[in-house]
Write a protein that binds this ligand. Structure first.
Ligand code: ADP
Ligand code: ZN
Ligand code: MG
Length: 492
């Protein structure tokens, strides 16, 4: 990063950044927003097109009902008010990837407004970031600047993306740090994925982010001139792009300059922003109502019908799962990373004796092995049902964790599920007190120093003895009985 080094923390601390994000999200409809063309990524160039999305004269748009339902669903998931009557508008500009010469969008009457997302902050509190609006619009095509033998002199265009339904979600300028911006985007993506309205795939461009950034003296409430940073299209770079732009602005102000209202482009490979256009070149889009589309009416009854399809959202779900299954917040976070994963866990948790133990096994014992073997849960030899049996056996002390590890080794080695391996191996368990006591006596005799520590008050040393005896028993000691006997012997 080029400017970062020049600024001392004291100087940086004099300023407070203000950030507002504009996020474009492609909706997962089968067909495009205003025609019957497939809404599909990755087709051969210019194959998913028709007179309507190519903007040929005389072709008329017909609004896709599924796109409206997804937009309303997204608005509801973001706690927005849904407008019963919204209006489409033409946003006029010339661009080679938009043959119509305008984009159908919404202007002063968007379908959803006044929402919010709650994000966790550095000090552990929750901050509410306002959502100004979420409006419907259509995507443009794509100019292709490289990849062809004559790319040095020509640009190609692929119009497949023309007319893909989008929602643009505009935040209030409530964000104050790059971390908050990252959290906001993370939560937004999670909510939209849960709602099922988009695949939010940033690499494929289904979720794209422009960031508005300004700085003001810390303590001030008058915002500075904002710079719009385009093309912040990766979670990996959102922080870097914002940090760069904030520091660039501080440098300009510190050296006596003023911030010009402009649009800049983030260049990820160079880690900096470049000027793209200034206020003087700013677009005058000359919005006007779209004459080919009637106003969009989403009645209260229809809104209610859509709201009924809204699934439980990630954050409330986490809170409920923490309470219902006695999970740690960290485990709840991991288990709810996707709706599918959370659904699978919960289905299994209902039949487990201890859902918390099931979560532990899933995230640590099984999770670690899957990661090492580079496998997804879907490819796991141990199914979730198998895992429930394993967790129950542990919970009932019918299996030691050492035995469980040995059985899991076999499951992964033979690609067999846990119940089958357990049935076959039927690991022995020592539940005979006198046999265990004999082993404990041996271990106690061999470790006088630890006995002394224990008796001096360091009760955690008991775990050492349990571990030693468990090893001596080849993992066969009944864990509950062993714990009890070790404590009794050491205390006696
Ligand atoms: P424009 O008229 O340029 O479209 P808007 O007021 O509609 O500007 O805001 C566009 C985005 O910029 C929103 O996400 C908003 O939160 C953000 N924004 C507005 N003013 C500022 C500012 N001074 N600093 C940073 N972001 C801002
Ligand atoms: Zn079409
Ligand atoms: Mg605006």
């Amino acid at each position: 990063m080029t400017t970062a080094s020049a600024l001392s923390p004291e100087i940086v601390a004099k300023y407070e950044p203000v950030i507002g994000l504009e996020v474009h999200v492609q909706l997962l409809t089968t067909t495009k927003a205003f025609c019957g063309c497939a809404n599909r990524y990755g087709s051969a160039p210019n194959t998913n097109v028709c007179p309507t999305c190519l903007g040929l004269p005389g072709a008329l748009p017909v609004l896709n009902r599924q796109a409206v339902e997804f937009a309303v669903l997204a608005g509801q998931a973001l706690h927005c008010q849904i407008r019963e009557r919204s209006i489409f508008a033409r946003k006029n500009y010339f661009y080679p990837d938009s043959p119509k010469g305008y984009q159908i969008s919404q202007f002063d009457k968007p379908i959803a407004e006044h929402g919010f997302i709650d994000v966790p902050t550095a000090d552990g509190s929750i901050k509410r970031i306002g959502i100004t609006r979420a409006h419907m619009e259509e995507d443009a095509g794509k100019s292709i600047h490289d990849g062809f033998p004559d790319s040095a002199t020509r640009t190609y265009v692929d119009l497949n993306r023309c007319g893909t339904p989008l929602i643009e979600i505009v935040s209030e300028p409530d964000i104050r740090t790059p971390d908050e911006a990252f959290e906001y985007l993370t939560r937004l993506r999670e909510i939209l994925l849960y709602a099922g309205v988009s695949d939010c795939n940033m690499e494929e461009g289904s979720l794209r982010c422009d960031a508005n950034v300004s700085i003001m003296p810390r303590g001030s409430s008058t915002f500075g001139k904002k710079v719009e940073v385009k093309n912040v299209n990766s979670f990996r770079f959102i922080r870097a792009a914002l940090e760069y732009e904030i520091e660039r602005q501080i440098e300009v102000v510190e050296s006596g300059g003023v911030i010009a209202q402009e649009t800049r482009l983030w260049n990820a490979s160079e880690g900096r922003t470049y000027p793209m256009r200034s206020k003087e070149q700013a677009h005058d889009y000359r919005y006007f109502p779209e004459p080919d589309l009637p106003q969009l009416v989403v009645s209260e009854a229809w809104q209610a019908e859509i709201a009924a399809k809204l699934p439980e959202l990630p954050e409330p779900r986490r809170q409920r799962m923490i309470a219902a299954y006695d999970l740690t917040p960290q485990d709840a976070q991991t288990l709810t990373a996707t709706r599918e994963f959370a659904d699978r866990f919960e289905a299994a948790a209902h039949s487990a004796k201890s859902p918390r133990r099931l979560a532990n096994l899933l995230l640590s014992e099984l999770g670690g092995r899957l990661k090492a073997a580079n496998l997804e849960l879907a490819g796991s030899p141990v199914s979730l049902d198998g895992l429930v049996l394993a967790a129950d056996l542990l919970e009932e002390n019918k299996l030691s964790s050492k035995q469980l590890k040995q059985l899991f080794d076999l499951c992964f080695e033979h690609e067999e599920d846990f119940p089958a391996v357990f049935e076959r191996e039927k690991p022995e368990q020592i539940t005979d007190s006198s046999a265990l006591e004999a082993l404990i006596d041996e271990v106690i005799a061999a470790n006088p120093k630890q006995v002394e520590q224990y008796r001096a008050g360091k009760k955690t040393v008991a775990g050492f003895f349990v571990g030693q005896v468990m090893r001596a028993s080849k993992g066969q000691a009944n864990p509950a009985l062993l714990n009890e006997l070790v404590a009794r012997k050491l205390d006696g």
